[in-house]
Design a protein around this ligand. Structure first.
Ligand code: BG6
Length: 521
């Protein structure tokens, strides 16, 4: 796709979601300049992206390949620099070599464009230091001054690619040394924070407070890469840009809703991180609750970012408290033998969960959620199971009462929408059989942007539609708290074989309600 088309597409996509000027849930007044909500790319502004946690996997696999692609598409400022900050001592050359390897492997540019890499790598800097050492932040300040010397307006994007405790440490270091303030006069500052945002409600609150000491809410971007996926953005469009779905989107017509976010891969060398996170912090508290909110929330008053976030928070607050009978946890065989995993680990790699929404629209309609690693396939989808017909007037072998209509929103892969219904089978008899209406995103003939590219671009432009608000993230932690009570070792969770759909207990869990997991299409 041509660069101009891409930019135009981005602008169009954002046109309805630009941030309003309303001061939101704010926190103390800002010490740094306010974020610009311009839809124009900051082509000529000096942009410095400071990545904390730069020697981590995320930087190598996601961030830098995404930045490289954006630069190649002309979507970054002509004067951008990247400063990697990490504890590991290494020189710039070693840093660049590591990143190059990541870009070669994970960037969508193929074959690897050597000259583009030479240009890109000349913008990289590496700064090693402890996260709690004031002298190291002073050194960073000097480096930032040197890079920005003689330039006009500048954007500083602080990217915290770190676990929550390290993010807190960095924010404390930044505050104590006045890092953000010292550039206040000519800098537009933003901060992006990776998930998991805290490890529980209290942790998220502490992180929110630490952020609000340094930044205004409008400068803060709490990342959830699912929000940057086109198909997840489409949940809003599907529901609120069409009239025919809304009248049936309620307890009168829907029997249950199932959300599946399954992965074929195991923890893939991320055992250390996963041991602490488990499936609830890794997938449910963030990605899945966002999908659920977009599926179930009431219509926002307008399409702007705060109106949508308001309805998301309202939905979380209307969820009934989860009781012990509402979920099943599981762990795949072999998880305890993964690298950096405790041989007695009780970390769940699978969850099946029932959520109830306490409002008029959804009273009595269960939302069943299923997510896990090492399952039978990679699929994220929302299945709306409609109620069965009240009475079958057809004889024959297929009873319509057993084949209610079903709408599947396939979020990934083979993105699309499928509506299943019954149709008369051609022929002399009266037989009926299942049929589908299928929409495939691929038929639009346009490429879906990589989530991290969109996240970084929107972070640079100060567009917050794809990010969590402080109160939303705290409310989401409140929802999953009952799932986090398990001790981290010593409990034997139900086991499942790799390549299956989880433990048998998960099937019995739905059978108890007279239902079953609906097959992916
Ligand atoms: C990440 C989780 O947030 O999402 C990973 O940390 C998971 O464990 C990933 O694999 C799934 O993302 P996607 O885009 O592949 O569905």
């Amino acid at each position: 796709m041509k660069t101009e088309d891409k930019i135009e597409r981005q602008w169009n996509a954002d046109a309805g979601t630009g941030s309003p000027s309303r001061a939101s849930d704010g926190g103390p007044s800002a010490r740094a300049g306010s974020a610009s909500n311009s839809l124009q790319p900051d082509a000529a502004r000096q942009t410095i992206i400071i990545i904390f946690g730069a020697s981590g996997d995320l930087t190598r696999r996601k961030l830098v390949p995404a930045l490289f692609n954006l630069e190649g598409d002309g979507l970054l400022s002509e004067r951008f620099s990247i400063v990697g900050y990490a504890r590991t001592h290494k020189d710039k050359e070693a840093f660049c070599n590591e990143l190059r390897e990541g870009v070669e492997k994970f960037s969508r540019r193929n074959p690897f464009p050597e000259s583009a890499w030479q240009r890109f790598s000349s913008r990289l800097h590496y700064h090693s230091g402890a996260y709690n050492d004031p002298a190291s932040y002073e050194k960073l300040k000097r480096l930032l001054r040197k890079i920005g010397a003689g330039t006009g307006a500048t954007v500083h994007l602080y990217y915290l690619a770190l676990p929550p405790n390290a993010s807190e440490e960095v924010l404390t270091g930044m505050r104590q040394t006045g890092l953000v303030e010292s550039f206040q006069d000519k800098i537009d500052a933003r901060v992006m924070v990776e998930k998991p945002f805290g490890l529980d409600y209290e942790g998220a609150r502490r992180l929110n407070l630490a952020l609000s000491d340094l930044f205004e809410e409008s400068q803060i971007h709490r990342i959830d890469h699912y929000l940057a996926k086109d198909t997840i953005r489409n949940l809003l469009v599907f529901r609120f840009a069409n009239t025919i779905f809304e009248p049936v989107w309620n307890r009168g017509y829907i029997d249950n809703i199932q959300i599946t976010a399954a992965e074929r891969i195991g923890v893939e060398g991320r055992g250390g991180y996963y041991e602490e996170a488990g499936v609830v912090r890794d997938m449910v508290q963030n990605h899945i609750l966002q999908v659920m909110a977009l599926t179930a929330m009431e219509a926002p008053l307008a399409g702007d970012v705060e109106s949508v976030r308001d309805k998301t928070v309202e939905l979380f607050k209307s969820l009934a408290a989860i009781g012990p009978e509402d979920f099943v946890l599981g762990q795949y065989h072999g998880y305890r033998q993964e690298r950096n995993v405790d041989p007695k680990s009780s970390t769940p790699t699978f969850v099946a969960l029932k959520l109830a929404v306490n409002n008029w629209r959804w009273q009595g309609v269960p939302f069943y959620i299923r997510s896990g690693k090492a399952l039978a396939g990679k699929v994220t989808e929302v299945t709306i199971q409609f109620k069965e017909v009240p009475l079958s007037i057809f004889g024959g072998t297929l009873n319509p009462k057993n084949h209610p209509n079903r709408l599947v929103l396939r979020l990934q892969p083979n993105e699309g929408v499928r509506l299943s219904f019954l149709a008369k089978q051609p022929g002399l008899g009266d037989a009926i059989r299942p049929a589908h209406l299928d929409f495939r995103y691929a038929s639009m003939g346009l490429e879906m942007p990589e989530a991290y590219e969109r996240i970084i671009l929107d972070g640079l432009r100060g567009n917050r539609a794809l990010f969590w608000r402080a109160d939303g993230i705290e409310a989401a932690w409140r929802v999953v708290e009952p799932l986090l009570a398990l001790p981290r070792t010593g409990v034997d969770l139900p086991r499942y074989e790799r390549g299956t759909w989880g433990p048998d207990e998960a099937n019995r869990f739905l059978q108890k309600d007279g239902r079953h997991w609906l097959p992916s299409y």
